[in-house]
Design a protein around this ligand. Structure first.
Ligand SMILES: *Cc1c(COP(=O)(O)O)cnc(C)c1O
Length: 817
């Protein structure tokens, strides 16, 4: 086994133990006898960081001295997960760590559990950014992740007595974070407000207030690549001197006002997912990190130069805009080039349009960010002038290109009308060199629908890069059992760097011995999750039942409602005797999801799921056959336990609404079978694993579109399917609210009268596929063969492959030499 694992660092376990002792002594000031697991965690983290230091500095040197263009991944979110295990794995120190910690008298699990998970992202978009910077480093591509170090990440979710979601603040920085290195000397000034005046024939911005952007650097070690990149997260601080005069008058609040205002900018991550809220603070956040990052890149690549030649900037770095959040960076680079460095408009435009690329992450029109002109003018008056000029230039170009006036009008970046606004996606699509969607289907729909006019006129801009996930975290760290089995099956662990090698597992799906080992790994993972769920949540889960999991943000389009209605209908069937209890395949239905705090129907759905769980789990009639559990505060850690334990993965969004999905990839790679619609990356997963190894149901995009066009009436479906009717009636009549008929009335009313995402229309198909699922599950050998075929054919969904596609189609760069 040992010769198959990754080459190790030359450090011995004894040396590593000494390093931990040293850190305990000189950093924490405790003896190993006094130390708590949390002390050992900080000491180990600090020791690992020191191991990475040389590679980190060398990577930066090579980047600055070499001729390889770097990538700046601009993202408002990075959902990193815990760092210690990942850093140990990527630097080849895992075994030394385990042995050293044991030598010091500690349990490695307890030590790694002491790390607090930073929640600097909402869901898929933030996790994608984290997977991408892991892959960039692993491929040796010079890169920066640029974002915000929020003081409070995504809220900590709890449930109250009634099963409702409670949001608690996430104090992730209460204890010093050993991974973030704060660099006061490389700060940036970011300014806001004020006015633009004419001086010597030039437009000059006189801002009214500024904040100090301080970089906090996180090392991003590549797996086995010897490269360590940087994730640079900006923290906002005030410049204002503490106002002693005011303070002496005891007006403490007035004295700290400027600090509070400035520091608010990096105070909280917006807990929204998919839909946008037009908040001033949010625009401040976006400009804050975009501006600081662009200035930082100039500082890094033109060190100590007063008058750098910025016409070479696009050869030094290109910026990827992860959704529209950093798009304000486009007018900011224009402003820097025009006002700070004195370039003429055309030169500045030429540089800017070679520097930015834009990834669109949605199809929901309400999720495309739009900022009122009035707000931008107030906060960033010079940028508004520049955006207007970009819009004018664009309109002129369009008039040259087409006679279709309606089309030109439709494409305005700055809309007119009652509340003139700036469409950030349009700005990015015009100024960006490339625009990409995140799965084949999504990119096609962008071209056909969402950004159709742009794709018509600029077809070469548009491309697809299907998302991926890092196999280091989501296989090796999350699922060591399966990872060892794969390594044994393939005779090498090179698959962690070249995930397409998994393909060679396919013949082993016909080898009954291998299939049994695979089944044993899955079973062990189920027990591991059941233990975790007992320990952390107090749940009693029977590991011999089918683990049927739906984990993702709670959103109507994702259709958690479809899943819970099917559970309710099954419950009703058992209660009424329509289905014999002995015919039921025992299932544990597992949900994990946070809802945006202001998203009323999503929060009500959480409440419903919790109360369905309460009723079903306490009903002796279904005991042992059907159970619903909802571990609260779904995050990366929960995902790492749950995904390897899952047998059936739910990807049941309405076709045409989920841009890609990435949990679908994590599940396939961990040997779950998917029940899903033809949506997002499900389409590509099914193509690769084969239609026989995927449970497909539901309407297609075209059928959905036709139904919208013909007029959709959900009540028709309610009347037509007695199971659906029974389930909805149970909710309406108070079965899950102690007889109260009002509790879920808004949800029921939405289902019956609106149901925008057509949950009811897909219900019958979703039910019908269940018997197929249960029949196959009854034949465990066959089920596991198919699960192995899923693993073997999902290598394409490595984020390493996504990054290679970006390198080739979008960034036109590669690894450091
Ligand atoms: C992968 C992941 C997501 C994205 O899940 P989808 O089902 O693709 O929306 C969200 N949250 C966490 C914690 C994840 O690990």
């Amino acid at each position: 086994m040992t010769e198959l694992t990754a080459p190790k660092s030359s450090v011995t376990a004894a040396q590593f133990a000494d390093e931990i002792r040293n850190e305990l002594k000189y950093t924490q000031g405790v003896t190993p006898e006094q130390a708590k697991p949390a002390d050992v965690y900080v000491a180990a983290a600090t020791a690992v960081r020191k191991h990475l230091m040389d590679s980190w500095m060398k990577t930066q040197q090579d980047m600055i001295n070499g001729n390889t263009k770097a990538v700046g991944y601009l993202s408002a979110e990075f959902l990193m997960g815990k760092q210690l295990r990942n850093a140990l794995l990527n630097s080849g120190l895992t075994e030394q760590f385990e042995a050293a910690v044991k030598e010091l008298g500690f349990d490695p699990q307890q030590v790694t559990d002491a790390e607090y998970e930073p929640g600097l992202g909402n869901g898929g978009l933030g996790r994608l950014a984290a997977c991408f910077i892991d892959s960039l480093a692993s491929l040796g591509v010079p890169a920066f992740g640029y974002g915000i170090q929020y003081r409070y990440g995504i809220f900590r979710q709890e449930f109250d007595e009634e099963g409702r979601q409670i949001e608690r603040p996430d104090y992730w920085l209460t204890n010093e974070d050993p991974w973030g290195h704060i660099d006061y000397e490389r700060d940036q000034r970011v300014s806001f407000g004020g006015e633009v005046v004419e001086e010597d024939g030039k437009r000059v911005w006189k801002p009214s207030w500024s904040v100090r952007a301080i970089p906090v650097d996180y090392m991003v070690p590549g797996y086995e690549s010897g490269r360590v990149n940087t994730l640079r997260l900006w923290q906002a601080r005030s410049y204002d001197e503490f106002d002693l005069l005011t303070f002496n008058k005891s007006e403490y609040l007035d004295a700290v006002k400027p600090q509070v205002k400035a520091e608010n900018i990096s105070k909280i991550l917006y807990p929204e997912d998919s839909t946008e809220v037009g908040k001033e603070l949010r625009l401040e956040q976006q400009y804050f990190f975009a501006s600081a990052s662009i200035h930082d890149a100039i500082r890094v690549f033109y060190p100590n130069q007063d008058k750098p030649d910025l016409t070479t900037f696009p050869d030094k770095i290109c910026f990827q805009l992860n959704d529209t959040h950093p798009v304000i960076g486009i007018p900011e680079l224009m402003r820097i080039l025009l006002d700070e460095y004195g370039y003429d408009w055309d030169t500045a435009w030429n540089i800017t349009t070679k520097t930015f690329n834009y990834t669109c992450h949605t199809l929901l029109p309400e999720a495309l960010e739009v900022w009122p002109v009035a707000l931008i003018s107030k906060l960033l008056p010079r940028h508004m002038e520049i955006i207007n000029k970009i819009n004018d230039q664009f309109m002129h170009e369009l008039e040259e290109m087409t006679d279709d006036e309606a089309k030109v009008e439709r494409m305005r970046i700055v809309t007119d009308g009652d509340t003139p606004s700036v469409r950030m996606a349009y700005l990015a699509s015009y100024a960006g060199e490339h625009v990409n969607g995140v799965a084949e289907l999504h990119s096609q729909l962008l071209k056909d629908v969402t950004l159709r006019d742009f794709s018509d006129l600029f077809p070469k801009k548009f491309t697809n890069v299907t998302n991926g996930v890092t196999p280091r975290r989501f296989m090796k760290l999350a699922n060591p059992g399966l990872s060892d089995l794969i390594t044994e099956g393939l005779g090498t662990d090179k698959w962690l760097e070249d995930l397409e090698l998994l393909k060679n597992l396919e013949p082993l799906a016909q080898d009954d011995e291998f299939v049994k080992k695979f089944a044993q790994v899955k079973y062990d993972n189920k027990i591991k999750f059941a233990d975790f769920a007992k320990r952390e949540y107090g749940f009693d889960i029977d590991s011999s039942t089918m683990f049927d999991t739906m984990i993702k943000r709670l959103h109507e389009y994702k259709r958690q409602a479809l899943k819970i209605l099917e559970v309710i209908a099954t419950y009703a069937d058992i209660k009424s005797g329509k289905v014999k209890i002995e015919d039921v395949t025992p299932r544990t239905v597992i949900f994990g999801a946070k809802a945006a705090p202001g998203y009323y129907l999503a929060k009500m759905t959480i409440q419903l799921i919790n109360n369905v769980a309460k009723v079903i789990n306490n009903d002796p009639d279904v005991m042992g056959k059907l159970k619903v559990v909802f571990p609260w505060n779904y995050n990366i850690r929960v995902a790492q336990y749950l995904i390897p334990a899952t047998e059936l993965d739910e990807q049941i969004s309405q076709a045409g609404k989920e841009a890609s999905g990435t949990s679908n990839m994590k599940f396939a790679l961990n040997g779950a079978l998917t029940v899903g619609t033809l949506d997002g990356a499900n389409v590509e997963i099914r193509e690769r694993v084969g239609a026989d190894n995927f449970f497909l149901f539901g309407m297609t995009v075209d059928e959905v579109e036709k139904m919208y066009a013909d007029g959709y009436d959900p009540a028709k479906y309610y009347e037509a399917d007695p199971r659906l009717k029974a389930a909805i009636d149970m909710v309406a009549k108070g079965t899950f609210s102690d007889g109260d008929e009002d509790t879920y009335a808004p949800l029921v009313s939405d289902w019956l009268t609106k149901d925008w995402f057509m949950t009811l229309a897909d219900f019958t198909a979703y039910h019908d596929i269940q018997s197929e699922i249960e029949t196959l599950y009854g034949d465990q050998l066959e089920w596991n063969r198919k699960a192995i075929i899923n693993v073997a054919n999902s290598g394409y969904f490595s984020s390493d492959r996504s990054i290679e596609d970006y390198l080739e189609r979008v960034w036109m760069t590669g690894p450091l030499k």
